[in-house]
Design a protein around this ligand. Structure first.
Ligand SMILES: [Zn+2]
Ligand SMILES: [Zn+2]
Length: 139
């Protein structure tokens, strides 16, 4: 199976390629993700060593906490990455990928912090905070 995937921001200034197995998509409903994206985050994850980013000079990194930073295109504003400083992985927004993505969703995290204007009713596992397998920046 071809594990190579590509994606970009809306304006195309930032492009990336991944070549490893990608994690299932996790939906994060925490307030930081909601504020930054305008809704909630849907992100997969790649090993640092298995992603190449072109146009990284167009990326702006916002340190939302001491432990993690959020990467977005400074030209078009597309939210693209989430990076924990102590991990050798990088979260990539699922919507940034070109189709076919080959991705499927696996769970919801921080549902205790979700917006009050939508319901989560897709039957996927829901976690009040994070899960043991998904490291996040605890506040
Ligand atoms: Zn852009
Ligand atoms: Zn979040």
């Amino acid at each position: 199976m071809d594990e190579n995937h590509s994606g970009s921001c809306l304006c195309g200034a930032v492009r990336f390629r991944t070549r490893g197995l990608l994690r299932g998509v996790v939906y994060c409903h925490c307030s930081q993700c909601r504020k930054q994206t305008g809704h909630f985050v849907a992100a997969t994850s790649s090993k640092d060593a298995e992603i190449d980013i072109e146009g990284a000079d167009a990326l702006t990194w916002y340190g939302a906490s001491d432990a993690a930073k959020r990467g977005f295109c400074r030209s078009c504003g597309s939210v693209m990455f989430w990076k924990h400083s102590e991990l050798d992985t990088i979260s990539i927004m699922a919507g940034s990928f070109d189709k076919p993505t080959g991705l499927s969703a696996e769970s919801h995290i921080f549902v205790g912090d979700k917006g009050d204007y939508y319901a989560i009713d897709d039957g996927l596992p829901q976690f009040e905070k994070s899960t043991p397998s998904i490291k996040v920046a605890d506040e």
